[in-house]
Ligand binder design. Structure first.
Ligand SMILES: NC(=O)c1ccc[n+]([C@@H]2O[C@H](COP(=O)([O-])OP(=O)(O)OC[C@H]3O[C@@H](n4cnc5c(N)ncnc54)[C@H](O)[C@@H]3O)[C@@H](O)[C@H]2O)c1
Length: 314
């Protein structure tokens, strides 16, 4: 049995990964989460014999160390973080506290011989790029806002623990991800809510900023397949992998697509642009991810239909 710890495991991406992990009888999954934006309802229900939930704050060393010293943890997915453009802009000092969480994970992973740490970094580390598609090895990092700087420093912690102590790691740079169970303050779930319940679908700026949207199953399958590779090959070198989709659309096109798929009468309207944090363009190079996924990416309209069929909104 392999022990896998998922921090932030009651969140959108974490809980979706947990669903996949517990289907494998070789894994015992420990979820820790402070439930600040996550919810126990997002966790699978029927598999409690290999799933343990502990409510705690990863930024608190004493709390998190008790988990590492009580369970023989093999792999850590460190996904806990304050997330969301608006939320992170509103609470910059709180965002900076997440540096402590990543330091705690590195230190404890090293001291308890964890086999590998998988870290959820973000496309935000590239900042406002001029280099497209954004490549893990060649595109310069240009983090400015606290959330991006914290993710960048998190990456540096992992690299440094690898250099000094040989801690194995993989950095996933997640680009916009969407799917059932996502909180409604993210653009796709927000537009769906507005399309159903409100008179307007609201866009910041002129809607010409572009994004790519990665369906949650593509994120989870790629990261899970990578875990299996690392189980197979414990000495795999450190990796940095963009996890996203390379189909680029404007936010206006996204609003129009959602309006159509929901048969909504809501009007698409434009708000003043955000002062900060709304990049003009994002487009990842996902050559590495495609090899891991080994199947076609989920098209946007199919992913949105899955959300509508699931009918679960947070
Ligand atoms: N969703 C995306 O598009 C996206 C894009 C880039 C990066 N990411 C990263 O992926 C990870 C997961 O994001 P998500 O979209 O699932 O967000 P989410 O808010 O649904 O999940 C984050 C989880 O972490 C928990 N958490 C926050 N601070 C914690 C702490 N100090 N201790 C314990 N638990 C804590 C929250 O309660 C929540 O359950 C985050 O690290 C995020 O920065 C997500």
């Amino acid at each position: 049995m392999k022990y896998v710890l998922v921090t932030g495991g009651a969140g959108f991406i974490g809980s979706s990964l947990v669903e996949k992990l517990i289907k494998n009888p070789d894994f015992f999954v420990i979820v820790i989460d402070n439930l600040s934006t996550g919810s126990i309802d997002k966790l699978p229900r029927n598999d409690s014999d290999r799933l343990l939930f502990i409510k705690l704050d990863v930024n608190n060393y004493d709390d998190i160390s008790s988990v590492f010293f009580n369970y023989p943890i093999d792999y850590v997915f460190h996904y806990a973080a304050i997330v969301g453009v608006q939320r992170t802009l509103r609470q910059p000092l709180k965002v900076l506290e997440d540096i402590q969480g990543t330091e705690n994970i590195c230190r404890l992973a090293k001291n308890t011989n964890v086999k590998r740490v998988f870290y959820s970094s973000s496309s935000e580390v590239y900042g406002e790029s001029v280099d497209f598609p954004q490549n893990e090895d060649t595109t310069p990092l240009n983090a400015r806002l606290p959330y991006a700087a914290v993710k960048n420093l998190g990456e540096i912690y992992l690299k440094t623990y690898n250099n000094e102590f040989g801690l194995h790691y993989t950095i996933f740079r997640f680009f916009n991800t969407y799917g059932p169970k996502q909180n409604s303050d993210f653009v796709i779930s927000k537009f769906i809510r507005q399309a159903f319940k409100e008179k307007q679908i609201t866009i910041y700026g002129d809607g010409m900023q572009t994004r790519t949207f990665c369906y949650i199953a593509d994120n989870v399958d790629a990261t899970y397949n990578h875990l299996l590779q690392c189980v197979e090959n414990p000495n795999m070198l450190p990796q940095i992998i963009n996890i996203g989709n390379d189909n680029e659309i404007t936010i206006l096109e996204l609003a129009q697509t959602i309006k159509k798929l929901t048969n909504s009468n809501a009007e698409i309207t434009f708000l003043p642009p955000l002062q900060e944090g709304d990049m003009k363009r994002r487009l990842p190079d996902i050559t590495k991810m495609k090899k891991l996924l080994n199947r076609p990416l989920t098209p946007l309209h199919e992913g949105i239909k899955n959300i509508l069929d699931n009918n679960i909104f947070y």
